[in-house]
Design a protein around this ligand. Structure first.
Ligand code: PRT
Ligand code: ZN
Length: 316
């Protein structure tokens, strides 16, 4: 096996590449066009966002997405629907070429796969929590205690890094009840809003890792890599568009210079004269997370009739 450097829209990624030419030749001799197999979660928190992302990439599937396997009708892709815990292993073994999975599950699996893109959804953190009435002054308080978790490998790495010796109690579900039933002193589990911890009388005291959904790849031949490259190009355009808004506004001509400096856009703003003398229409692109700050500044500089519209795709 070799590691090849691939490139998508000028942004590089590395991918394991199988040296097995025989497999490629067999596929070609059967005259079957190569399809990339992507594994996504069958049901659960990452399922909907994974499907939405593929659809936003313009990929349409035959007979819906409620089976174990589905083929795209307008892109060389097959989707396998699996439990999230199985995805890293199946990608490592080549059952699927790529997959979408939470980083927490990926790290816990120790599978030899590459993360090729962070996808920005399924965000959460893996945290240690203790009963809320317990005094906690720092990580040293975990020394010699019992911690219940479904993420033994990630937790062990964290404890090793901190030089803490604690007893890990591996359990497969309902981790949050472990301190209440006397199984452990604390837990290490996924936290999103924190309401599950709160309703079980626990408080978050250490963050072990931050996680989000990622696109992973295993051993891919050159043809699969080309398809993955096309997919990545689309995913990046979709994600870029989701992070940006198109803004249109009217501005008095004497304020144009200042207003344009606030919304420089992808290259520079578009300026069109209005029918009313002394005014122009300015069009540009702004980032979602700076949205309100920019809009307030634009208004303070005399911009009027500000319209903000979503962008569907963004190719730079
Ligand atoms: O059936 P399968 O094995 O495929 O799914 P699963 O039940 O193991 O996983 P699932 O669907 O619950 O989660 C899939 C992935 O979503 C996780 O591996 C994380 O990467 C990500 N994710 C994001 C979360 C959460 N947010 C989350 N809040 N996974 C689980 N939770 C649970 C957590 O376990 C706890 O019970 O939500 C609860 C905490 O949420 P808050 O909001 O109360 O803090
Ligand atoms: Zn799971």
């Amino acid at each position: 096996m070799t590691i090849q450097r691939a490139c998508c829209n000028g942004e590089p990624f590395f991918i394991y590449c199988s040296d097995d030419e025989k497999q490629r030749k067999t596929l070609n001799s059967m005259n079957q066009p190569r399809k990339v197999r992507i594994a996504i979660q069958k049901s659960g928190r990452l399922n909907e966002d994974s499907i939405r992302l593929l659809k936003e990439c313009g990929i349409e599937f035959e007979n819906g997405m409620n089976k174990l396997k589905s083929s795209a009708i307008n892109f060389p892709m097959e989707v396998l629907f699996l439990r999230d815990d199985d995805i890293p292993k199946y990608v490592e073994q080549g059952v699927a070429d790529i997959g979408i999975v939470g980083e927490n599950v990926l790290v816990e699996s120790s599978a030899a796969v590459q993360t090729i893109e962070k996808l920005g959804f399924g965000k959460c953190r893996l945290s240690i929590a203790v009963p809320k009435d317990k005094n906690y002054s720092g990580v040293k308080d975990l020394e010699g205690t019992r911690i219940a978790t479904t993420y033994s490998i990630v937790l062990q790495k964290f404890l090793d890094e901190k030089g803490i010796k604690a007893e890990i109690q591996p359990i497969s579900g309902s981790v949050e009840i472990a301190p209440g039933i006397g199984l452990a002193d604390s837990i290490c589990d996924i936290v999103s809003s924190g309401s599950t911890l709160f309703s079980n009388g626990l408080k978050e005291v250490e963050t072990v890792m931050y996680s989000q959904a990622v696109l992973i790849a295993g051993k891919c031949d050159a043809e699969a890599m080309r398809i993955v490259d096309r997919l990545l190009f689309r995913m990046r355009a979709v994600r870029k568009a989701n992070h940006n808004k198109y803004v249109l506004l009217n501005a008095p001509n004497e304020k144009l210079e200042k207003i344009c400096s606030l919304i420089p856009g992808m290259k520079s703003p578009t300026i069109l004269p209005l029918a009313e003398a002394g005014w122009s229409s300015v069009h540009s692109v702004i980032e979602e997370d700076k949205f309100w700050e920019i809009i307030e500044n634009l208004r303070d500089e005399g911009a009027q009739g500000i319209l903000v519209v979503p962008i569907e795709k963004m190719v730079i």
